[in-house]
Write a protein that binds this ligand. Structure first.
Ligand code: L14
Length: 351
């Protein structure tokens, strides 16, 4: 840390599951930092965090906290972003926001560098980081869209509990232990902390992530549908999602069905394409039982793709299985990657 010609970076939501990964990722990437401000709600302010052997005290995030900040990474919930991201921008910072607050805002680019890096040029101070499930899916779909055209996408997700925060991971562990010991257990957090009912996640699968809309889809599903269209610049693309929570701590999995425009494309063509695509690791060898699994992707930055096969009835239909660390490419790494790209493209100046 403390590089003289680096940037003053702020992490907002520094104590959260994603905030912690943001700090770790900034360090792992050797991001050019001259000063690091760790900000949070009043509740966590005063806590001390060890960053590469240096103790940093967490400060309460206020408008004045952004004085002198060059780059601010937000992951403290939508209401914090709505209130404080504009304050950071007012003070000359560039904001990478990992909440849904600005994702669908027309004046805010929604960016996955492997897919739509050029949208960074259109920023007005805030760049939105997409939803975790969306990010890993579009990384896998974009090379296919570019080469063969995309006509339709249907996805089912198998999402890890860490997406709902560190407390949800604790709940999964406690429930699992209690159930194994034949003790009583509680469910207080999943599927949605603020919703009416809570269900066990241990030894279960819950087909609800976020609240329901009147159309029968959940907000998580709607986010995936809307964000995919925006990132890929395909407002007309039919996309349908079903999002399910599994008793997995880290790593989202997705079964993705897609139809392409081009004719006479084989599964091997798609495999070869994805094998050379940025940010993707192809793990596809059914004969040797090679396919991606969340347990193998924890702590890794890439999106893992396997089980690529042609549909047996629809000639232009294909299936694939897409897995990634939801806290890294799904959140912290994509945000830091955006910050890196902003620096490399000369879109952020050190004050
Ligand atoms: O939109 O609960 O960034 O797994 C990502 C995590 C929504 C909820 C987002 C979860 C959140 C999701």
């Amino acid at each position: 840390m403390s590089q003289q010609n680096g940037f003053h970076v702020a992490v907002v939501g520094a104590t959260g599951a994603v905030g912690q990964q943001m700090i770790q990722t900034l360090m792992n990437e050797n991001f050019p930092i001259k000063k690091l401000s760790l900000l949070s709600s009043a509740r966590s302010a005063g806590k001390k965090v060890d960053v590469n052997g240096q103790e940093i005290t967490i400060q309460e995030a206020k408008p004045e906290s952004f004085e002198g900040v060059d780059i601010a990474l937000f992951s403290a919930g939508g209401s914090v972003s709505k209130e404080l991201a504009p304050e950071a921008v007012k003070r000359g910072a560039i904001v990478v926001d990992n909440t849904s607050a600005f994702r669908m805002d027309e004046n805010t680019p929604l960016v996955v560098p492997e897919v739509n890096e050029a949208d960074l040029y259109k920023h007005n101070g805030i760049i939105a980081n997409p939803n975790c499930s969306t990010i890993q899916m579009v990384v896998a779909l974009e090379p296919i869209r570019r080469k063969y055209g995309l006509k339709k996408v249907i996805v089912s997700t198998y999402q890890a509990v860490s997406g709902a925060g560190a407390a949800a991971v604790e709940e999964l562990k406690k429930q699992t232990k209690s159930i194994i010991n034949e003790e009583k257990y509680e469910a207080n957090i999943l599927p949605v902390k603020s919703d009416k009912k809570h269900y066990q996640i241990a030894f279960n699968a819950i087909p609800q992530i976020d609240r329901f809309q009147d159309n029968g889809f959940t907000f998580e599903e709607i986010k995936m549908m809307n964000e995919t269209k925006k990132i890929m610049h395909m407002p007309e693309l039919p996309v349908a999602a079903t999002c399910v929570r599994l008793p997995v701590a880290v790593g989202h999995s997705e079964s993705v069905y897609f139809e392409i425009e081009a004719q006479d494309v084989s599964a091997s063509n798609i495999k070869a394409l994805l094998n050379d695509a940025p940010g993707i690791v192809l793990q596809d060898d059914p004969e040797n039982q090679i396919y991606p699994m969340p347990a193998d992707c924890v702590g890794k930055k890439e999106v893992f793709v396997g089980r690529i096969r042609k549909d047996l009835d629809v000639t232009r239909g294909f299936h694939m299985w897409v897995v990634s660390d939801n806290l890294l490419k799904g959140a912290a790494w994509n945000s830091v990657q955006i910050a890196e790209r902003l620096v490399e493209l000369g879109l952020v100046k050190s004050k």
